[in-house]
Design a protein around this ligand. Structure first.
Ligand code: NI
Length: 182
């Protein structure tokens, strides 16, 4: 496994639409390993393959406090998004330094292949549902600030470019779990 460079805005690579994985082989599993290692090192709670420059439909997520519950989704599809909406303050490893409230369905059912190539379908809610939808947007070339107004998006991208010149590491996951406890 290896830590890869994370592509950030305003790179046009992030606008690419990812293609389906045809065969889940050792190369795919190796990429998933790199994605997990890159996500943990950042640190982040989710990463799509395109964020390390690979335009394939793969995402990895770990929202656990202990960072020991990795989830890998290959060719994920949302089957049943709920009508009820939740709002989360989202961030993205590709848009460092920016945090904005984004509204999305609060539950969803996801069909995907796991790292053994086995077809699975599971229901998700809360932060996990938000992160899955955020990461799946990356597969369509969409970053979370694309959900904002044109003006707010422009400001966010400028803010991120400025932040990238002088980055400060911040662990929002620890903050999220601490806020939940208090
Ligand atoms: Ni992201």
């Amino acid at each position: 496994m290896a830590i890869k460079e994370i592509i950030t805005v305003p790179s046009s690579i992030l606008k690419k639409i990812s293609s389906s994985v045809e065969v889940v082989d050792e190369e795919i599993r190796s990429t998933l390993g790199d994605m997990l290692e890159t996500m943990y090192a950042a640190p982040g709670i989710g990463l799509a393959a395109i964020q390390i420059g690979i335009p394939k439909r793969m995402i990895v997520i770990d929202v656990s406090e202990e960072r020991n519950e990795p989830h890998c989704f290959i060719n994920p599809e949302i089957m049943k998004p709920s009508k009820t909406i939740a709002s989360f303050e989202e961030g993205c490893l590709s848009v460092p330094g920016v945090w904005e409230e984004i509204e999305r369905p609060d539950k969803c059912s996801v069909k995907y292949l796991n790292r053994d190539g086995k077809e699975c379908e599971k229901n998700y809610s809360g932060l996990m549902a938000t992160v899955i939808q955020h990461e799946m947007d990356h597969l369509e070339g969409i970053v979370f600030v694309d959900h904002l107004s044109r003006l707010k998006k422009g400001i966010s991208i400028k803010k991120s470019i400025k932040f990238q010149k002088n980055p400060v590491k911040e662990d929002r996951l620890a903050k999220y779990h601490n806020d939940k406890k208090s």
